[in-house]
Design a binder for this molecule. Sequence first.
Ligand code: NAD
Length: 247
Amino acid sequence: MGSEVVGAVLSAGAEFSLTGKADPIFNISTVEEIPGAAAPVVVEKTLGAVFEHTEADAAVIFCVPSAAMQDIRTCMKHGVVPVIGTTGISPEDLEEMRSLAKTYGVGAIVAPNFAIGAILMMKFAAEAAKYLPAVEIIELHHDKKLDAPSGTSIKTAQMIAAARREDFKAAGEDTCARGENLDGVHIHSVRLPGLVAHQEVIFGGLGQTLTIRHDSIDRKSFMPGVLMALRHARGLKEVVYGLENII
Ligand SMILES: NC(=O)c1ccc[n+]([C@@H]2O[C@H](COP(=O)([O-])OP(=O)(O)OC[C@H]3O[C@@H](n4cnc5c(N)ncnc54)[C@H](O)[C@@H]3O)[C@@H](O)[C@H]2O)c1
């Protein structure tokens, strides 16, 4: 995802300038001449080291889940808005970010899914939940995905639960075959090679079902949302959780 972001930022032209890249896989601290970049790009193992050598208004974070909070703290302490794609961000992490935002006067954007179609899927699901409270989510991802259920399915379940006008109790709550129960919404996670990122939200009603499905078939699907978040990051002072709040 990091490589995709580099490509997307460079192809956006003069609106953005790429100043640095951080990943522990980079063996040496260096400065890279990248075609399309306005100036040489600082390359370091950590974000902290990047900020020692160059300035930034925002940093896009797609690191492994275990490193995300450390990177977020580094950004906010440096007055840089983190735009976070890494999934597995907990409610406690969001609370810490809100506190950091107050302390350092800088916001953050957390987006469990940057694909515009996935945001629409979540919004449509929240709308349908007002009329059809019986619902289950099936999320399907590539076999390298570390977390389950996916951040998108968790966010969808939260939005459905908040929009429901009446409680619904799904049948057979107590067997693992019924998946994870989140806010009363059952989530089933599929992990297979060949998949990218897909989700079905299936509503059931009297004699009918409604299926809302989104498929990311290429990692490029996330890039328009990343650029949208970067535009919103300018001067941001609060924590935004979910791209549906800025679309
Ligand atoms: N929000 C979205 O729309 C969206 C889309 C795709 C993926 N994701 C999430 O983004 C994250 C990354 O996905 P990916 O497919 O690029 O994974 P990846 O495994 O290809 O890349 C993760 C990168 O993090 C680096 N890394 C490892 N340790 C690190 C550390 N301590 N500090 C900083 N970086 C470190 C790795 O070297 C690697 O380059 C996952 O959590 C994934 O679920 C989110």
